[in-house]
Write a protein that binds this ligand. Structure first.
Ligand code: MN
Length: 309
């Protein structure tokens, strides 16, 4: 019988859980989604839960409403398992099938690390202890939480950049095979070359976007707002470090979501993300794009537009 994995679509922290399943579970069905889609997808999966022996939700967590529904169902309660690290979801730890761990002994956790620890114990499969895998997992953790160990920081960014270069599916396939075939982690010569090109490209992109940041105040909080579709973390980080008068960087990706980034100790992005229906970590969060926004923009530009039915 197959398993089901619902995970975050945005980054390596949502991709590595798929790699683990490829390595140690016989048959897994994958659903990758945005934070605001997790409730709908979970409900959809739960409606035919008899197809699955286990349903994993990783690097994401559904709403308390769904948690209550699962908790009241003896079958679902033993089938669904959540492994997340977003602090805003920590109150849901009161449900036995939900594990939200944002920090452990001063080390910040990510979805990948919390899920790996479970799978190592659950399957006891040696491949999950291979140095090639655990080394990459540490890089994913550092990149996802910005909890860097100085001499690994550059490699963490490189592994993140390769996610964008390869594309999600190829990245997953590539690193599934890499772990199978290698005991230790390394970047190939070809990857190093392409990463250098990508690095230059990213720097140009961020420099261009920094010029376009508009400063404003929301609820008394000084913000810097920019529209961007790529490198949201690096761009957000660049805004809050290069513009000291900005407390929260807001990056709007019309097709995807709104991202919030901060770096000052006293600033928590949730003060803006939660009222907008989102949430996340203290220094990195997101919220959904309001429905119909793209249409509104087009209608603002072309006043007498008529949409095809
Ligand atoms: Mn994550």
């Amino acid at each position: 019988m197959k398993s089901c994995l619902i995970t975050h679509i945005g980054d390596p922290d949502g991709a590595f859980p798929i790699i683990f399943c490829n390595l140690v579970l016989e048959n897994t069905e994958f659903f990758s989604c945005e934070v605001d889609e997790v409730d709908d997808i979970t409900n959809e999966v739960l409606s035919h839960h008899e197809d699955y022996k286990k349903i994993y939700v990783v690097d994401l967590c559904f709403s308390e409403e769904i948690a209550i529904k699962i908790n009241n169902d003896d079958i679902l309660k033993n089938k669904v398992l959540v492994f997340d690290h977003h602090a805003s979801r920590e109150p849901l730890n009161k449900y036995p099938f939900i594990k939200v761990l944002s920090e452990n002994n001063g080390r910040k956790e990510c979805g990948t690390t919390v899920f790996l620890e479970y799978l190592q114990e659950f399957t006891n499969n040696k491949i999950l202890y291979k140095n090639s895998l655990t080394e990459m997992v540490e890089l994913v953790r550092e990149l996802d939480t910005y909890d860097f160990i100085e001499d690994k920081k550059e490699d963490a960014f490189k592994l993140g950049d390769l996610y964008n270069i390869y594309g999600r599916d190829n990245y997953i396939e590539n690193y599934t095979n890499f772990v199978k075939n290698n005991d230790y982690f390394f970047f190939t010569e070809f990857e190093d070359k392409i990463l250098k090109i990508e690095k230059d490209r990213k720097e140009r992109y961020i420099d261009e976007k920094l010029e376009l940041v508009k400063k404003a105040t929301i609820d008394g909080i000084p913000v810097g707002i920019v529209f961007a579709e790529r490198y949201r973390s690096d761009l957000g980080h660049a805004i809050v470090t290069k513009m000291p008068d900005v407390d929260i960087a807001i990056i709007i990706n019309i097709d995807r979501s709104v991202s919030y980034r901060a770096s000052k100790n006293e600033v928590d992005v949730n003060v803006l993300a939660i009222p907008n229906g989102g949430g996340g970590h203290k220094h990195a969060g997101g919220s959904a794009i309001p429905e119909g926004l793209e249409e509104k923009i087009v209608e603002y530009i072309f006043k007498d537009i008529k949409w095809d039915k």
